[in-house]
Design a protein. Structure first.
Length: 388
């Protein structure tokens, strides 16, 4: 019995020891887990501190951007000055760093620090003035792209003082220079450089207005070859054309023509037919013409089935898939000068007066080449022709 009691005590003691060991292991495990969690919390707190600093920096930058935007929108000149001031501060910051170094080093040099700061102030002034000039220069280029023609042309720059304002200056720029290098401009004859500029205009990229104008002129030329009298309403009146690009007349018939030169993926819809029909009715009512008036839509693409049904019902003629082909672009115009003498002037597509020049009088015509125009006594305006 005594032996059994001792065995029981030993077993109980072993169970207690085992239980204690397991608890200690559990406590140790939980302690290590807790330490790991504390490290993560500390790491998160540190990240939050960095994020807080970054947010403050972003908030400060945002506030500065708002100040800049406000200054630019409220007062353009003040805004340019403010931005130029910031740029000069930033670009001369190394001067201030150098000044602080020499005045706080082991053997300070306060006079040298003062000299560096004076140098910074002087440099800031130059940078500020340069930046203001640069910003104004670029801004003027955006407003008046033709100013680029005056770069690297000192003789022409001297002539800028002859004009009262930039609008007048823009009206007196030979735009063929956009299509020629300085070397070509200097070496080629007047007729050769005008022809080269025209060739490059025809082959080059164009904006939507120029593409539409070319197509309208091409269509007008096609009708003119067949004896129609042509009036280019869209080119001459632009947004005020009421959807009438061309008015063609012959033998008591008037055609109200709308031209649409669109990208191949587009399609003409019924609303375009309705618009053309509406402007035709307005023309009939306002002109009180006795002609038989016909609306005509001409396009390089296809029309939708609904548009075709509209056109059939409203009696609108449709010409689809009409591609743009070569046609004469030079306008040869006859006028009289102040002394009543006849002047024969040709206009290129890039010339300022091109859109407003009508070719309708006897002797006027459209020419394919500068040589053809010149052979019939036409020249460009004196200011473009090199005669002053």
């Amino acid at each position: 019995m005594l032996l059994l009691g001792i065995v029981g005590i030993l077993i109980a003691t072993d169970l207690v020891v085992t239980s204690f060991r397991r608890k200690r292991e559990t406590i140790s495990f939980l302690t290590s887990q807790n330490e790991a969690l504390l490290k993560k919390v500390h790491s998160i707190n540190e990240e939050n501190k960095h994020l807080h600093v970054r947010n403050n920096q972003l908030s400060k930058i945002s506030g500065e951007n708002e100040i800049i935007y406000k200054k630019l929108t409220e007062n353009f000149a003040e805004g340019l000055n403010y931005i130029s001031e910031l740029a000069s501060d930033y670009q001369t910051l190394r001067y201030e760093i150098a000044a602080k170094y020499v005045e706080t080093k082991k053997h300070p040099a306060p006079k040298e620090a003062e000299r560096i700061r004076n140098l910074r102030s002087e440099t800031q002034s130059y940078i500020r003035e340069m930046k203001i000039m640069k910003y104004k220069y670029e801004y003027l280029f955006k407003l008046f792209p033709d100013l680029e023609l005056y770069v690297d042309n000192l003789a022409t720059i001297k002539e800028m003082g002859e004009f009262n304002d930039l609008v007048e200056l823009e009206e007196n720029v030979d735009r063929t220079r956009h299509y020629l290098t300085t070397e070509e401009w200097d070496k080629l004859s007047v007729d050769d450089r005008n022809q080269l500029a025209l060739d490059r205009y025809i082959a080059g990229r164009k904006n939507l207005w120029e593409i539409g104008r070319d197509y309208e002129m091409f269509i007008g030329h096609e009708y003119e070859k067949n004896g129609w009298d042509i009036e280019y309403i869209g080119i001459e009146q632009k947004l005020k054309d009421l959807g009438r690009d061309i008015i063609a007349k012959k033998d008591g018939i008037t055609l109200i023509i709308q031209c649409k030169y669109w990208a191949e993926y587009k399609q003409i819809h019924e609303k375009h037919i309705a618009q053309l029909y509406g402007t035709t009715v307005e023309y009939i009512l306002s002109s009180k013409s006795s002609d038989f008036v016909v609306p005509v839509l001409i396009t390089n693409i296809k029309v939708s089935d609904e548009a075709r049904s509209f056109a059939k019902y409203l009696k609108v003629d449709i010409i689809e898939s009409k591609k743009l082909e070569p046609f004469p672009r030079i306008k040869c115009n006859i006028n009289k000068d102040e002394d009543g003498r006849e002047t024969r002037i040709y206009h290129l597509p890039m010339d300022q007066k091109y859109d407003y020049t009508k070719i309708s009088k006897p002797g006027e015509f459209f020419s394919f080449t500068v040589k053809e125009a010149a052979s019939k006594g036409f020249r460009r305006a004196f200011r473009w022709y090199g005669n002053g």
